[in-house]
Design a protein around this ligand. Structure first.
Ligand code: ZN
Length: 139
């Protein structure tokens, strides 16, 4: 079974940046020529995450606000005591959301819902160059 690996490089603007990468993913699947299978995505690094969301202005505010409630910026993190890099909250948020998602595709199309987009979330406190590794597995 063929496995096609593609790496996407994306420059993020910094903390809270949520980038809709659905088009990149669906293009990669089309270009693979495979009809049916899965595409698995993985972001390298411990302060970024991947998930899906309805990419609309309300949720683009609601989601970061939820993260602030769950893992607030202004509490103490043990990570800071060792590294002093100001991103203890970024690390715990990234682990909670996770670095990877898998999406099935059928007839060369992702099986996403109409209002469901794939998003890369920058959780670090500064702009970063992110690599998203895609593996397309199918027939
Ligand atoms: Zn750190």
């Amino acid at each position: 079974m063929p496995i096609i690996t593609r790496v996407m490089s994306i420059r993020t603007k910094g903390e809270g940046d949520m980038l809709d990468i659905s088009e990149h993913v669906s293009r990669a699947v089309k270009e693979s020529g495979l009809r049916s299978g899965i595409v698995t995505l993985f972001v390298k690094g411990s302060t970024a995450a991947l998930t899906t969301i309805e990419y609309e202005p309300g949720l683009l505010k609601d989601f970061p606000e939820m993260l602030e409630r769950v893992a607030p910026r202004d509490i103490e993190y043990e990570h800071e005591k060792a590294w002093h890099d100001g991103n203890g909250h970024s690390h715990v948020r990234a682990s909670l959301i996770g670095p990877s998602i898998t999406i099935p595709f059928v007839d060369g199309r992702l099986t996403l819902g109409t209002w469901q987009q794939v998003v890369l979330i920058e959780l670090d406190v500064r702009s970063r160059e992110r690599s998203v590794v895609m593996q397309i597995i199918g027939e």
